[in-house]
Design a protein around this ligand. Structure first.
Ligand code: NDP
Length: 253
């Protein structure tokens, strides 16, 4: 394994499970020191220990990033603890599905708070550090990778508010990409199709059964497949920016 991120620091939100967990490991394998953000501290601590035991450097940073101050503190603790910030992976998210008429407004608020507002809070706090890292060795480039979704491209019935948050991520990312391009801070969007994680388990059983029935018996993506995609994006040469990557299970129509 090459260590193309040696000397850099990455922060991954939602590192306590699924895609974020796999991505933090992947970036550590490439030599980055990684800050692990999420609310479940025990899982972050376990992953930090695993990365340290394999020769890497990791810092557990428990935080609920739907709170602006907590998000800013997570960024500051990372820079204090690991020295800089080169890569921000905004991955934390929630998907609560169902009919729009009669939906629980609290479900909508929770999704918007984490999928969109939380992502904006961490980004806002990280930008000055990313601009600084992009002006310095070893890579002279920095990255924000936002995990959107196939639902950030296509709208589907019963996914209305989840879809709205992910379309929001795509729009926010493209505007920010234009703002930061000249400073060599790249902004990328990853749009996975169905990935086998905890994400859908936050829905009632009946909704989970409907998702499974709609997808059919297909071989879903694994978290590592998305981690590989993030790894590809952030290891491109300085003059190459991957703006958007949509990754589906081969069998997902
Ligand atoms: P998981 O449910 O496994 O991961 C979600 C992560 O978000 C958890 O680590 C959770 O950590 C974290 N999180 C949730 N709320 C907060 C919060 N308030 N503050 C900090 N962290 C929070 O699902 P996935 O790995 O599948 O999801 C990761 C991303 O990928 C999401 O943005 C999702 O929308 C996207 N995605 C997933 C797809 C799929 O099919 N699975 C497809 C397309 C996109 P904790 O609970 O410890 O706080």
């Amino acid at each position: 394994m090459t260590r193309r991120l040696e000397g850099t620091v990455a922060l991954v939100t939602g590192a306590s499970s699924g895609i974020g967990h796999a991505t933090a490991r992947e970036l550590a394998r490439e030599g980055a020191s990684v800050a692990l953000v999420g609310r479940r501290e025990d899982r972050l601590t376990d992953l930090a220990a695993e990365i340290s035991n394999t020769g890497g450097t990791a810092l557990a940073v428990p935080a609920d990033i739907t709170d602006a101050q907590a998000a800013a503190e997570a960024i500051e603790r990372t820079v204090e603890g690991l020295g800089r910030l080169d890569t921000l992976v905004n991955n934390a998210g929630l998907m609560l599905l169902g009919p729009t008429p009669g939906a629980d407004l609290n479900d909508w608020r929770r999704m918007i708070d984490i999928n969109l507002t939380g992502l904006m809070y961490t980004t806002h706090a990280a930008i000055p550090h990313l601009i600084k890292a992009a002006a310095e060795e070893p890579r002279q480039v920095a990255d924000i990778v936002n995990i959107s979704s196939l639902n950030g491209r296509n709208a589907y019935a019963f996914f209305a508010v989840y879809t709205a948050t992910k379309f929001g991520v795509t729009g926010f990312s493209e505007a920010l990409r234009q703002e930061l391009a000249k400073q060599h801070v790249r902004v990328s969007v990853v749009e996975p199709g169905s990935v086998d994680t905890e994400l859908r388990t936050h829905n009632p059983d009946v909704i989970q059964q409907q998702i499974d029935a709609a997808l059919g018996d297909i071989d879903r993506l694994q978290s590592q497949d998305v981690a590989d995609t993030v790894g590809y994006i952030v290891t491109r040469p300085r003059h190459v920016a991957v703006a958007e990557l949509l990754v589906r299970p081969t069998e997902q129509a």
